[in-house]
Design a protein around this ligand. Sequence first.
Ligand SMILES: Cc1cc2nc3c(=O)[nH]c(=O)nc-3n(C[C@H](O)[C@H](O)[C@H](O)COP(=O)(O)O)c2cc1C
Length: 333
Amino acid sequence: MEGVIDAHARDLLTRRPGFDWAVTEFVRVVDARLPPKVFLRHCPELATGVTTPTGVPVALQLLGSDPGALAANAEQARDLGASAIDLNFGCPAKLVNRHDGGASLLRDPRRVQAAVAAVHDAVGDTLPVTAKIRLGFSHRRLALACAQAAADGGATQLVVHARTRDEGYRPPAHWEWIGRIRRHLPIPVVANGDIWSLEDYWKARTLSGCRDVMLGRGALADPLLAHRIQHWLNTGERLPDTQWQGRASILAEYAALQRSTLPERIVTSLVKQWLNHMRYRDDEAERRFQAVKRINDLEGLLAGLGHAPQEPGHTPREPRHTTGAPAGTLSHV
Ligand SMILES: Cc1cc2nc3c(=O)[nH]c(=O)nc-3n(C[C@H](O)[C@H](O)[C@H](O)COP(=O)(O)O)c2cc1C
């Protein structure tokens, strides 16, 4: 998720089993082949086997509209070691759409197909090419056509965020529409949008019929959500709710990781940004957010989170489950 989930966040979110793969923030492609440093900035994991430290594969996401430029940058990404390319046709940001990127292509399925086909022709023999769409731009009438266009272009998997671009992030997500697309398409479809809890997960799966879901904001709100879902799928047991201390310790570790490369001012705003996402359905996070939102120094912010420092490396890094695959898989951006 652009500006929110970078390599450090991916690392923290995948320390417990739950996620099967992750996606980078989008790399914005305009016309030229971008230099390696841009790819490495978005996906530092290129230097370490393109997985998170616990071994969860990371796909590299491109956003653009020019098929030739997308193809050239997919080749660049492949040459740098990328193991999967994802194409973003879902971004609703005004600036991005004004420059003809993200969801703006959903107004014409032929453009979706041309973009996917160009990337598939360039790298499809060596790397999986996947796509992410919404249900449309301002209406859903082209939802099936856009999904079909991505498949016809050569996408091996499609993530569907169950809203139109104009619906932004407003609830509800129309999970049943993902089911229509899934039934129509010959490739796997992954359900996305508004999965904040175990109950949402199950409802999204039931209404969409999808085996796989993608978590976005829900994984920031509750960093144990993927683990919670996988544990429930594997055992039928519910894990206890995530306590504030657990959230605070993730935020503190996030700050420590970011601090190694970024100025404190930026780290402070990144930590507040994640805390902001934690407020959803969590009273303690809301209370803490209100208490610290005007604090501008990192030490003060961390003190306000009430995190009790522990020995370095206290956040457990568990190896990824490789056996006992759950009935549904999870991913995040
Ligand atoms: C701040 C923010 C940044 C996002 N950046 C991206 C992105 O770079 N690539 C992408 O495919 N989706 C991006 N998304 C969309 C999410 O991946 C997801 O599709 C959407 O939020 C709906 O799922 P959710 O309800 O689980 O969050 C972003 C969403 C938010 C709120």
